[in-house]
Write a new protein. Structure first.
Length: 109
């Protein structure tokens, strides 16, 4: 076995050991990732929708569609705030739990 193969095997072992700490907390981890992904989607959608409103809806006099779009964006922003809370609070809770598991096993990854 070459030196690079040994390093790769050793590295995979460390990654697998580290990933094992996430398994008991998988539902919380998935919730955190889903909320973070949705936050990113809302952050990308907001300027796209604003651009459409300013360059298409308002110049064409489609005020009803404009206000529906703005209302939808307000709702999305409220939802985003809730998801940001979930990511902040439960993401830190996840980190604390994994840290505690690492300390209990007295192993350094």
């Amino acid at each position: 076995m070459t030196e690079s193969e040994r390093k790769t095997r050793k590295k995979k072992g460390k990654i697998a050991r580290f990933a094992a700490y996430y398994r008991p907390h998988l539902p919380l981890f998935v919730l955190d990732l889903v909320c973070a992904t949705l936050i990113a989607a809302v952050d990308v959608l907001f300027p796209m929708a604003s651009r459409k409103a300013m360059y298409q809806l308002l110049p064409d006099g489609q005020f009803s569609a404009f206000f529906w779009l703005m209302g939808g964006l307000v709702l999305l922003y409220v939802l985003r705030s809730i998801m940001q809370y979930v990511v902040t609070y439960f993401g830190h809770t996840l980190g604390v739990r994994i840290e505690a598991d690492m300390r209990d096993r007295k192993s350094v990854v």
